[in-house]
Design a protein around this ligand. Structure first.
Ligand code: ATP
Ligand code: MG
Length: 381
């Protein structure tokens, strides 16, 4: 198989025969196993592209390939493809199938004819992941927009897809939940899921995406890693987008002669340490504690002598284990970044981390240590 998991070749699509071409001979490819962000202004065609990638809409001309095979539009072909490729729609009201939360989340797994116990396990896990366990028995009509959005995400997670398309998953969510959704997307990718996301949150996307695709005037006008796109100011303007704040500040500091342009920081802590004159030896230690869902966290922290330090959390198994204790956590969202911030101010920190997320959790420390900006000791327990 090539690196492309989903690919369009000269795809043209309009909503009506005489209507404007929303996609005009569009070529786009989605690499396997990566995190790809689809960017573009309102009306650029992101949601339409997703509908074509998921065979909800058939192009007027051109081809869509999934795993190098032309998309099948037969009933059984679509069912087969959708058992692997799930889509989280932009508008949660388009995705509600049942009147009560638990029924709605169970809908997909039940259609897959899974045993009852497995459906139950998936529903519980998915509702926990999106922080909606307490609303399990609630009627969906009585939920807020953001709560509905969480429930629809739970419904998609319960399908355990190998490819997940998320259309504006953070829009309408409170800021902490937006971080948690990005964490879920990271976790899925760490476990091998190809994740495709559209979002207008430039900053969140910049710290998350491996690759971006930019849509404008019915075409894909940029395809690749983010930085060369943001270097082209005119293209950014034309596409109706903004530079991410960390990218922009790094550029400004480089123009002022404060630092080199590269390596590009992707988080505030990476940028801060890059422009700091202090190549400190007194940064704190970041203790990354691997936590399975059955780990007794207080006992583990006591045995490792890690009590009393600021604690962050990262990943699903760590959240599950933490939920079984009364223990308080300082950073329930954006754990790695908050723990690194503590280290930069000279304090030690503890990150309770899902084992599959460790590499991602230490990426800021790697950036700092690997580029000679200082030394953050990372101790993995
Ligand atoms: N169901 C529809 N019927 C007719 N036209 C539509 C329909 N859905 C979208 N369009 C049109 O297609 C174009 C692209 O819309 P689309 O929703 O794909 O954009 P988008 O990039 O997802 O925008 P946003 O950022 O606002 O979500 C717009 O001009 C829109 O008016
Ligand atoms: Mg859209």
């Amino acid at each position: 198989m090539s690196d492309s998991l989903l690919r369009t070749e000269k795809v043209t699509f309009s909503y009506s025969r005489k209507g404007a071409k929303v996609l005009d001979e569009m070529d786009i490819d989605i690499p396997v196993g990566k995190k790809t962000a689809i960017l573009g202004s309102n009306g650029a065609g992101k949601s339409t592209l997703f509908s074509v990638l998921n065979a909800l809409n058939k192009p007027a001309s051109g081809k869509v390939y999934y795993k190098d095979a032309p998309m099948s539009y037969s009933h059984s072909g679509k069912i087969r493809m959708r058992s692997e490729v799930s889509i989280l729609f932009q508008n949660p009201n388009e995705m509600m199938f049942k009147p009560y939360v638990e029924q709605d989340v169970a809908y997909g797994p039940e259609n897959m004819k899974l045993p009852k116990e497995e459906v139950e396990e998936r529903v519980q896990e998915a509702l926990f992941a999106v922080g909606m366990e307490a609303y399990r028995k609630s009627p969906i009509m009585k939920l807020s927009y953001g709560q509905r959005k969480r429930v629809t995400l739970a419904g998609v997670l319960a399908m355990r897809p190998s490819v997940l398309i998320m259309d504006e998953p953070t829009a309408g969510l409170d800021p902490q939940m937006a971080y948690e959704v990005m964490e879920i997307a990271e976790q899925l990718n760490s476990s091998g899921v190809t994740v495709i996301m559209s979002s207008h949150d430039t900053d969140l996307v910049y710290s998350w995406a491996d690759e971006i695709r930019v849509l404008n005037s019915s075409k894909c006008v940029y395809s690749g890693i983010p930085e060369p796109f943001y270097e082209d100011y005119q293209l950014v303007q034309k596409a109706g987008l903004l530079m991410p704040s960390v990218y922009r500040m790094n550029r400004t500091f480089a123009n002022l002669g404060k630092c080199e342009l590269e390596p590009y920081p992707h988080t505030q802590s990476q940028l801060s340490v890059k422009i700091s004159d202090r190549c400190a030896t007194d940064f704190g230690v970041m203790n990354v504690v691997k936590v399975d869902k059955d780990t007794d966290i207080p006992a583990l922290l006591a045995s490792e002598g890690l009590e009393g330090l600021p604690i962050g959390i990262y990943g699903m198994s760590a959240r599950t284990a933490r939920n079984k204790t009364e223990m308080s956590v300082d950073f329930m969202y954006n754990g790695p970044e908050n723990c690194i911030r503590k280290c930069l101010s000279g304090e030690d920190s503890v990150l309770l981390c899902d084992p599959i997320m460790v590499d991602k959790a230490v990426s800021s420390a790697d950036f700092i240590n690997g580029n000679g900006y200082g030394k953050i000791d990372v101790r993995t327990v």
